[in-house]
Design a protein around this ligand. Structure first.
Ligand code: GLN
Length: 537
């Protein structure tokens, strides 16, 4: 048997308690204890992956190097741990059933009735141990999506129960995250929902080893004692997780609460006294004591949803800290730009990001904002769709191709400067068929990008179907509007820049997926740095 230890994180009482942040924070502490840790997320919904869900349903879709379209919690894992995740780190019910049904069709269960137990649970258990069995990790943390008691999550909970039995109690641990609500009329914190949710878990044969309690107010000792008694855990295993201003403080709060100690003790792993959290603390120090402030506009069509541009917002936090700058992100709805006065709406900002996106809604607003940024020498960063709109803006307003567009917006447009990729033309199915994952890009000497990255070849993650139409290479680019990066294998335009401008960069890829606390993304860092310099002019 391998020596890998397995930690399971379940949730109770309500969704959105931040299981992903707790899992990532614990992993950070265990990493600082010198253990090799990875985190995986098991989602109970039937979609094969979240790639086909819109942001209203599921927030941002995070993309890994190997091209998996995944839950946004994987973004937190990567940002906290500075390690990459992959296809194996996110499993959904859809994926599990698809695989079991394919096995059935191949005749792998010949003669047998295929059932949730054992066939679905075996598949789940196998996938839960996939990363552990590589031998690369000392500890695998598995986050179970949803809330205990949901019909959908039952097979996962049953699989956890079986795995604890298979692997032994000393090799496994269950953390249950719950809410301790505060009733303002009674001025009291209430433990009953937690007691019920721990009981629900017990009905499935699992006793939680640690209860992490989300709360708006401090838990008294009496209350912790009561919780410990009713939930069948030691008092030190009742961990308070009080609301904080920033998610980046959660690892330190968990350290104060002794979460790592309780975990290591239960798993019979050695615990070091002093943890290596130096770079994390340096980041926090800069993040909390900024010397400068900036206002950056973020244009998109889902800006009202907190989670839809998660990775971009976090990248700005990392880049802000590295420039000792507090960034106030001003959300601008692209449809409002279409209707109103652009100059007025962008007034007071020091830089502009035009976000990724799909479909026609709001794109003319994006183009007007880009035109304003280009003409007024306003720092501009266009990401994926944002880059494509920057190309259309230049083609229309500077080159004079007034009908320039993307065939995504107008399939019959006269000048399709952005067009469906050749490889996409035969694609019929929507799920998992975009150009996904890491591809190389060769940077042009003397470009802003080459200066920011300090290297010639870079690798960045993609998620798109359309690209610059190379038939327009000679017509759209000139001595002002240049190609700053291309895919060395396919010749695909990856980065465009405006030369006569302090910082005007559009990228076909998604740099936001690769920014982490210890490695802020070079383009975001350079964008913030230039916006700051422009502000002080
Ligand atoms: N809709 C565009 C495409 O598919 C841009 C995608 C994106 O911004 N991620 O090419």
């Amino acid at each position: 048997m391998s020596n890998t230890k397995y930690i399971f994180v379940t949730g109770g009482v309500t969704s959105s308690l931040g299981k992903g942040i707790i899992a990532a924070s614990l992993a950070k502490l265990l990493q600082a204890q010198n253990f090799k840790v990875t985190i995986q997320k098991f989602d109970p919904y039937i979609n094969v992956d979240p790639g086909t869900l819109n942001p209203y349903e599921h927030g941002e879709c995070f993309v890994t190097d190997d091209g998996a379209e995944t839950d946004l919690d994987l973004g937190h894992y990567e940002r906290f741990l500075n390690v990459t995740t992959s296809q194996a780190n996110n499993v959904t019910t859809g994926r599990v059933y698809k695989s079991v049904i394919e096995k059935e069709r191949r005749g792998e269960f010949l003669g047998k009735t295929v059932q949730i137990i054992p066939h679905i649970t075996n598949e789940i258990k196998e996938r839960m141990q996939l990363l552990g069995k590589t031998g690369e990790y000392d500890i695998v943390i598995t986050e179970i999506g949803g809330t205990v008691g949901d019909i959908e999550s039952l097979p996962y909970i049953e699989s956890v129960r079986q795995l604890i039995w298979n692997l032994g109690k000393e090799n496994t641990l269950v953390i249950h995250l719950t809410l301790i609500p505060y009733l303002s009329a009674a001025r009291e914190l209430k433990t009953k929902p937690t007691q019920h949710s721990v009981k629900t878990l017990m009905e499935s044969g699992i006793s939680a080893d640690i209860i992490v309690c989300r709360t708006e107010h401090e838990l008294s000792n009496d209350l912790k004692e009561k919780l410990a008694l009713f939930c069948n855990v030691k008092q030190e295993a009742i961990i308070q997780s009080i609301d904080l201003d920033t998610i980046y403080d959660v690892p330190l709060m968990m350290l104060d609460e002794g979460l790592d100690k309780v975990v290591l003790e239960k798993l019979k792993l050695p615990s070091k006294k002093s943890l290596d959290l130096k770079s994390w603390n340096v980041f926090l120090e800069k993040f909390k004591n900024p010397k400068h402030t900036l206002k950056i506009g973020l244009v998109g069509k889902y800006v009202e949803l907190q989670d839809s541009y998660k990775s971009i917002l976090e990248s700005l936090i990392h880049a802000g800290a590295s420039n000792e700058t507090e960034i106030d992100v001003v959300s601008i709805h692209s449809e409002h730009l279409e209707q109103g006065d652009v100059a007025k709406q962008l007034d007071g900002l020091h830089g502009l990001i035009v976000a990724p996106g799909f479909g026609e809604r709001g794109i003319e607003g994006k183009i007007s904002a880009i035109a304003y940024a280009r003409k007024n020498k306003f720092p501009f960063f266009g990401i994926c769709l944002g880059m494509q709109m920057a190309v259309i803006e230049y083609a229309r307003n500077q080159i004079g191709l007034v009908n320039a567009n993307s065939t995504e917006m107008d399939p019959d447009c006269k000048d399709a400067v952005i067009d469906l990729m050749e490889s996409q033309k035969s694609v019929i199915k929507k799920g998992g068929t975009m150009r996904l994952g890491a591809w190389n890009c060769e940077l042009t000497n003397d470009s802003k990008a080459a200066h920011a990255y300090q290297s010639k070849i870079i690798s960045e993650r993609h998620r798109h179907r359309y690209e610059f139409n190379n038939k327009y290479l000679d017509r759209v680019f000139d001595d002002q509007f240049i190609i700053a990066g291309t895919n060395p294998e396919t010749g695909l335009v990856e980065i465009v820049e405006n030369k006569n401008h302090p910082w005007f960069v559009g990228v076909q890829f998604h740099p936001e997926y690769k920014s982490t606390v210890s490695n802020p993304h070079p383009l975001f860092v350079d964008f913030v740095k230039t916006s700051l310099a422009q502000k002080s002019k």
